[in-house]
Design a protein around this ligand. Structure first.
Ligand SMILES: [Zn+2]
Length: 256
């Protein structure tokens, strides 16, 4: 199955920025076309798989922000783009929210903290109940210093399949976005601890970095982030299969 990589609108950019932009775009297009050549085989890896896409935050909880730019809006926009790629490849996608809302049962009586906890518990419960094959939570990162940037994935150290997933997505962030050298990292987060399937938190960039904040709000850049996550999910499936085949071969050899 051929999944079209994101197209880039060239008309918006000007002068020197235009030349630079064209260079970057051309490199991107070459990279995408190389990748596209592999897609016909790989895209079948996720056909009919159940994939939960969780747009972080929402409703009362804006997440991190910079001026009027809110994490909860960026995560929803990227999640919808990711949903489109995954659906096109034949996956069954469960998008945990489709609008600006949280998942705590309404009407909610209690503190903001309690509501936040209830919201996260509802996300985990939805993922576990659906018996999903993969769970991806989308967030933007933030720091008190504006200097840090770069997309990064996080996974639960106890899950090998989550590690494969997080590393595959991280590799695609590095390749497709071309502006991060970060590595997939283990983390102790409630959602990746409590979900029962391979799970990853994708921090798609730092909203606290002015350059990256601008990129995160850009439709074309969001498309590239979604494509990188999509491509990483597909690649993780083939490496997981290879890993299982390798183990099976060793077992067969040793008559285990
Ligand atoms: Zn967040």
């Amino acid at each position: 199955m051929y999944i079209k990589p994101p197209e880039v609108n060239l008309e918006k950019k000007k002068s020197i920025a235009m030349a630079l932009f064209l260079f970057v775009v051309l490199c991107g297009v070459i990279a995408f076309s190389e990748n596209a050549a592999q897609q016909p085989v790989l895209a079948y890896g996720i056909a009919s798989k159940i994939i939960v896409v969780d747009p972080g935050h929402g409703g009362f909880d804006p997440g991190a922000w910079r001026g009027s730019l809110l994490e909860k809006d960026i995560t929803l926009q990227i999640s919808k783009k990711l949903q489109a790629y995954l659906s096109e490849a034949g996956a069954v996608v469960i998008l945990l929210r489709e609008k600006d809302e949280d998942l705590a049962p309404a009407p909610f009586k209690g503190s903001v903290r309690e509501r936040k906890r209830s919201d996260l518990a509802a996300r985990v419960e939805s993922a576990n109940k659906s018996k999903a094959d993969i769970y991806v939570s989308i967030h933007t990162n933030a720091d008190t210093s504006p200097r840090w940037s770069g997309a990064q994935t996080f996974y639960n150290s106890k899950s090998d399949a989550s590690k494969i997933l997080a590393e595959a997505i991280q590799e695609e962030f590095i390749r497709v976005l071309g502006n991060t050298k970060r590595k997939a990292k283990t983390g102790n987060y409630y959602i990746i601890d409590k979900t029962e399937m391979p799970a990853v938190i994708a921090e798609v960039g730092f909203i606290s970095n002015p350059v990256e904040a601008r990129l995160l709000s850009d439709d074309e850049y969001q498309e590239r982030i979604a494509y990188a996550i999509f491509s990483g999910i597909i690649k993780s499936q083939s490496s997981e299969t290879l890993e299982k085949e390798k183990i099976a071969r060793v077992k067969e050899l040793h008559k285990l």
